[in-house]
Structures are given as C-alpha cells and as structure tokens.
Write a protein that binds this ligand. Structure first.
Ligand code: ADP
Length: 580
C-alpha cells in the first residue's frame, strides 16, 4: 500500500498527468521501453516472461484510458446543451432576399439572416421559426396550430386581407401566409390568424348550418309575378324614386326610407317581389346612372345580391347567437356592397325577431334585437348602400321603432289573389309554349293561346265556386258569428303554382308511359286542384289551429275557434289558444 502511494506521487504518476490527460510528450512510450528491454535480454531469459506480462497490463490500461476519455466527452456535451440558453421562437413575416428574413420575435421586428442549412422550401411566410442568440433563423417549426379566428371583410386586389372588428368600427389588414397565397377568399370566410395578429394562416371550413343567411344573385323578373300590380308599383315608387332621384328628395328635405315592409298572407309572393325588386333595381341603377349610383365607399353598383333570412330561424337557442346573426347579416351586406352589388336584406316572418314586447312574449325572450337592428339600420346611409325588406303577415306586431320614418316607413300590402289575380298567376305558369292536348286546343278555339285562356278560366271557376265541396274551413268569430271559408278564400300564388306543377307531372307520366308526346288535358288541372286542397302542403294539418290563423285574412284576435272541412266532413272545432 505504502509503495503505491509513493508511486502515485512520483513523477509521471497519474496525479501528475491529471485525469484524461495524455502523458507528457517527452515521456517515452512505455510499450516502446518494454520492447527495448525485451530486445536487450538474451533469448530464453526468464525475465522476458515478466516483461510480456507488463506489456499486456500496459496495453489494457491504455484501452480503458481511451474508453474513459470517450465517456467524458459525451458527458461534457450533455452538460453543454443543458446549460446553453433557449432559442427564441418568432414568426416569419417576409423573405426579402436570399438568406434574409423579416421576422417578429416577442413583438419586435428583425431583419435577420437565415442559416444556409435551413432548406428554402420550409421557409413559409406565417410559420414559426427558431432564432439563435444572433437572431439568425436556424430552424422552422411549421404553422402555429392555435390562434384567433376572424371573419374576412374583404380580400383586397393586392392579396392583402381586411378584417372588421367591433361591429365594423375598426378594420385590420393582414398578409396571407404562403399557403393562402392565391387561394380564392371571399367576404364572410372564417380565417385563423397568428396570435400576433400579423398573418392570416388558414381558411377554416364552413361550419354546416352556422349561418342561416341565404345569399343569392336575384334573377326573378317582374313578369314572373302574376297580379300584385299595386304592390309592385308601390315598391317601385318607394325605392326607385329615392334611388334614381336622390337629389330631388334632398331638395325637398325628404327623409329617404331604408327599405319597406311587405305584408300579407304566406305564399302570395312577398319573397318573389323582393327578389324581383332586387334584380330590377340593381340593373336599373347600374344601367341608368353614369357613376353606377356610388354609395358606400364610392363603389359603383354593377349587380345585385339578395340576402334572405327567416326570422324564426335566427331566434336562436343560445344567448347572443341571434344578435350575432343579425350583425353578420349586415356585415355580409356591407361586404357585398363593397364588391359592387346592391344588397337587399330580406327578413321573412320579421315579427318573430322585430316584434313588440307583446309579440315577443310568446318566444319568452327579452328583445335585444330591435335596438340592435335599429342601430345597424341607422348606420346605413342610403338606399344605395343596403335596402332592407321585411316580410310579415302580422305587421301590427312589428315594433314601431323599426317602422319609424327614415327606417322602414313604407308598408306595402301583398294581397291574396282574387279571381283576376289568380288568373294572372296561372298565366305565368301555363304558358302557351307548353304541350297542350290537341283535342283540347281544337275544342277551345283552335289556337293554343285561346285554349290556355279558356282552360285558365275553367280552373279559376273550379277554385272559386262556392259549393260544399269547396269548403275548407269554418271559423267562429269573437262576435259570435260563424263563417265558412272556401278554396277561393284561401288560395295563394304558392297553391296555384303547385297545382300547375301537379298537372304537369301527370302529363309527363302519360308521355313516358305512352312513349309519345301527350299534352296537358283539362282533367290534369282539375284533378290537381282537388289534390292540392286535399293533400297539398300549403294548407296546415286539420288540428293545427294556430297555423290556420296565419292564413286568415281576419285579425287572429277576432277568431275564437276553427274547424276544417278537408276530408269532406267538418272536424271538431279547435279553440284558439290566445297567445298572440
Ligand atoms: P311569401 O314570401 O309571400 O310567403 P313567396 O314569394 O315565397 O311567398 O311565394 C312562394 C311561391 O309561390 C313562389 O316561389 C312562387 O312560385 C309562387 N307565387 C307566389 N305568389 C306568386 C305570384 N304573385 N305570381 C307567381 N308566383 C307566385
């Protein structure tokens, strides 16, 4: 033991060389010294055996020394990594040149170098990047997977994207990520943006049923509407004049309306009239005004847009959702306007969302929609920006705040068709170029036009005759009177169009069965009338008293009970549960 200690302290001992350090260069290689010793001994000298053993032991020592050195190196590397500072993460904003990047790291922007070992194809605008202490980009991490989602307000021609916040009071412009470059984006699309609000990263797929707004380009012409001349001319006066003669209105200090209310029973053409107004007015403005009727942000009108929503559908189940939908609706309209369309907002069954407190009680909610709707409406400067059409069969229930001058102060009645109007409507659907049975043409004057006219007369007589067979409903009024309503009292444009549809189906069936053209015969139409009133979906089921009320031209408050006649006999009277 004591010898060992003495050796340790001696020159050339392990404590002298230090752990892992090679022996000093001056020290001769022990193996070489051993070889020299061996060579100096005579052959078969017994000391050679001792030297062989020594040589073996020296070789083993050298091998383990090497292994220790390798392990030490590995541990030093790990310690180095664990004690190095972390790399910062930033977002790549632009690639202004070879080997250069504009980046944002922790809110500050840098014009940085890119490590040449980073492949060019992974350097995408909008991705997250790692930077070293010198802020050089050393790695990309792909797109951030989370971040806020915003609705696009406008895709600018140069590719940048505009978003609106705070109900359109604030705008924000963002760049597109590399993956959004060239992607067709339109107003209303939902985009996920980077958490730093610099770059729009990805387009989110439309959530099904998320919006109830039907957005279409209106194509209906006035000719496709039968009857309703009064309503049509009232509308033209109500919006064509202020649109086309805005200066005259200004001179007379006349408050321009923002739209109008169409009221009347369901299926009589309110939507159709709204669509025709949208199509014809946008065309008129774009054609007759040299500047295209510049309005919001000076964009000329080049087309039309019809944004259609059904009131009850946006009376949504969770709090705040219906408000969001109304806001979306106006935002969408403004976006359409910026694209050059004259947008018409059409709200069907408007009383359900814009009703007075009394009307809204039935939906058991406090109506925050009315003030919101009014403020959105007041934000519209003129009819050249957005036209609003409300449709309702209970105009008395609409909150008067909505119907104030300067808002929706025109009420236009869309009545149930009388005999003449019903004939006009049938004329729209029974056009002369439809195949009509030859015998029918021959028996009715020989000309298709005359034959159709006389056929229409027959159908009208069948619908409007006051026979027992034609009874549909009996109503009992508050004043004690009872009244029978006949088919003619409940007919609508929708019913007439459906009758023609049924008749055509019959003639088509016959043509296919016979393998040769078979024209319409009068019986097709007359059978279709009975079927439509008996089985059609335009009239409610017998027991749906509340639904029947919506069809009546009587004020619902006046009706105490209804009973239907649909199956040839009168059903039991249903009392009206007066909720409205
Ligand atoms: P409302 O909005 O009043 O409930 P719609 O305009 O939706 O009624 O009418 C429903 C359908 O009935 C229309 O798509 C059309 O086919 C038909 N219709 C209603 N009124 C008329 C009319 N006056 N002329 C032609 N078709 C009509």
């Amino acid at each position: 033991m004591s010898d060992h200690r003495a050796d340790d302290k001696g020159p050339g001992g392990p404590s002298d060389t230090g752990a892992g350090k090679r022996p000093a260069a001056t020290t001769a290689d022990p193996l070489e010294l051993i070889e020299q010793c061996l060579a100096s001994f005579p052959d078969n000298d017994p000391r050679q055996q001792i030297l062989y053993k020594l040589r073996h032991s020296v070789m083993l020592n050298a091998a383990s020394q090497q292994q220790r050195e390798a392990e030490y190196k590995k541990i030093s590397e790990v310690v180095g990594k664990l004690t190095a500072p972390a790399n910062r993460i930033g977002t790549l904003l632009d690639l202004p040149g070879e080997g250069l990047a504009r980046i944002v790291v922790g809110g500050a922007e840098y014009y940085a170098n890119v490590d040449p070992r980073v492949p060019a194809d992974v350097l995408k605008i909008g991705t997250q990047i790692l930077v070293n202490e010198a802020y050089a980009v050393i790695k990309t991490l792909g797109y951030d997977r989370s971040g806020p989602v915003l609705k696009l307000a406008e895709a600018l021609p140069d590719g940048r994207l505009r978003f609106e916040q705070d109900m359109g009071r604030q705008s924000m412009i963002l760049q597109r990520s590399s993956d959004l470059a060239g992607v067709d984006l339109k107003a209303g699309d939902e985009l996920r943006i980077d958490p730093g609000h610099r770059i729009a990263i990805e387009k989110l797929e439309d959530r099904k049923g998320k919006t109830h707004v039907l957005d279409e380009v209106p194509t209906v012409t006035w000719e496709q509407i039968g009857g309703q001349q009064e309503a049509i001319s009232a509308i033209r006066k109500a919006i064509e004049y202020p649109l086309l003669h805005a200066e005259t209105f200004q001179q007379f200090k006349f408050t321009q309306p923002k739209g109008f209310l169409l009221y009347g029973p369901p299926g009589c053409g309110k939507t159709l009239i709204g669509q025709a107004a949208a199509a014809s007015l946008s065309k008129l403005v774009s054609e007759s005004m040299p500047d295209g009727g510049k309005g919001e942000k000076q964009v000329p009108i080049t087309g039309g847009a019809f944004l259609h929503i059904k009131g009850p559908e946006i009376l949504n189940m969770w709090l705040g959702e219906s408000e969001r939908m109304v806001r979306d609706l106006f935002a969408k309209a403004r976006a359409r306007r910026r694209e050059g369309a004259l947008p018409f907002i059409f709200i069907d069954e408007a009383e359900s969302i814009l009703g007075t407190r009394r009307a809204m009680r039935s939906f058991n909610i406090s109506n925050t929609l009315v003030p919101m709707f009014c403020s959105e409406m007041d934000g519209i400067e003129s009819l050249r920006d957005v036209v609003i059409i409300l449709a309702s069969n209970r105009p008395d229930l609409i909150d008067p705040a909505v119907l104030r001058p300067g808002r929706i102060d025109r009420k236009i009645k869309v009545s149930r068709p009388n005999r003449e109007s019903a004939a006009e409507i049938l004329k729209v659907y029974l056009r002369e170029d439809l195949p009509l049975d030859a015998a029918c043409v021959a028996g009715r004057g020989g000309e298709p036009a005359k034959a159709f006219q006389s056929l229409i007369g027959d159908v009208i007589d069948t619908i409007f005759k006051r026979t027992d067979e034609n009874r549909v409903l009996s109503i009992r009024l508050r004043n004690g009177q009872s009244k029978v309503l006949y088919r003619g009292d409940l007919v609508s444009g929708a019913i007439l169009s459906s009758i023609v549809q049924r008749a055509k189906e019959k003639a088509i069936d016959r043509t296919i069965q016979a393998g040769k053209p078979a024209g319409l015969v009068p019986k097709d139409l007359l059978d279709a009338v009975s079927e439509e009133f008996r089985e059609g979906e335009m009239l409610p089921p017998d027991d749906a008293a509340e639904e029947w009320l919506k069809l009546l031209d009587h004020h619902p408050d006046q009706v105490v009970g209804v009973s239907s006649f649909r199956h040839g006999r009168q059903t039991e009277e249903r009392l009206i549960n007066q909720i409205i």
